[in-house]
Design a binder for this molecule. Structure first.
Ligand SMILES: Cc1cc2nc3c(=O)[nH]c(=O)nc-3n(C[C@H](O)[C@H](O)[C@H](O)COP(=O)(O)O)c2cc1C
Length: 224
């Protein structure tokens, strides 16, 4: 999803960079609050999170992308998200209708935030918990959560069957257009958003296809 969105973004002139958490060494937040007290703005752990924060600081926009795991983001992404704590100041201040921590970096607030996720089940409501968490996190910051791209039945994106991929070509086209629009117009048009929300196939057909797939795997057949 991100690769295809980036193709569109690059066509519109953006420079993009993908950072895979699986390739990095990022320790868990220890909850020591040293980044608020002993070394304000800096974590005492020295690992790849320094690079991630530096990249974020230079970016106009950041896409947090994750498959849905247990109704939320992956543990790897959550570890990185928690390690953004040095970016905020410890004080509690009123931000709109709620209290929050002010961003340290004066005028240069967080980059624009986007959330991309895909999940196994075919219904959109499986993302409710994830969306709710991101809404809380980025509420009141710059433009809040700028764009959210969610893909239920997302497993279909990685099925290596050319006919199936051809059937959902329209989805990749829409992702690419979304990337172009985001860079050239600062937002994804409602028309493209609507296309991105369309089902890949009727839910019954999808579920029986998935269940047959697992049955074949359980019988020891090669799983695609
Ligand atoms: C540990 C684990 C937890 C998962 N939890 C959910 C879930 O809560 N809801 C869901 O719809 N799919 C869940 N899935 C399925 C993945 O979201 C789905 O396979 C997704 O398409 C994987 O995306 P990827 O190919 O980008 O890794 C889970 C998968 C794993 C491995």
């Amino acid at each position: 999803m991100v690769d295809t969105f980036f193709e569109g973004a690059q066509a519109a002139g953006a420079e993009t960079k993908t950072i895979y958490m699986k390739d990095l060494s990022v320790g868990f937040c220890r909850g020591c609050f040293s980044c608020w007290t002993v070394t304000p703005g800096r974590c005492i752990q020295k690992d790849d999170m320094d690079m991630v924060l530096a990249e974020m600081g230079q970016s106009d926009a950041v896409i947090w992308a994750t498959p849905l795991y247990h109704y939320g983001m992956t543990a790897m992404l959550k570890a990185a998200l928690e390690r953004t704590l040095p970016l905020v100041d410890p004080h509690m201040v009123k931000e709109g209708d709620t209290y929050g921590h002010p961003v340290r970096n004066g005028d240069r607030l967080y980059p624009k935030t986007l959330l991309f996720s895909n999940c196994g089940f075919p219904e959109i409501h499986h993302f409710d918990g994830l969306i709710s968490q991101f809404d809380c996190l980025f509420r009141g910051r710059d433009e809040g959560l700028a764009e959210v791209v969610l893909r239920p039945a997302g497993g279909l994106l990685s099925v290596p069957v050319p006919e199936l991929q051809e059937q959902i070509r329209w989805y990749y086209d829409a992702l690419k257009r979304a990337g172009e629009e985001f860079v050239s117009q600062g937002r994804i048009s409602s028309e493209v958003c609507e296309t991105l929300k369309k089902d890949f196939m009727p839910t019954d057909s999808f579920v029986s296809m998935v269940n047959s797939h697992w049955d074949r795997c359980l019988k020891g057949k090669k799983c695609p």
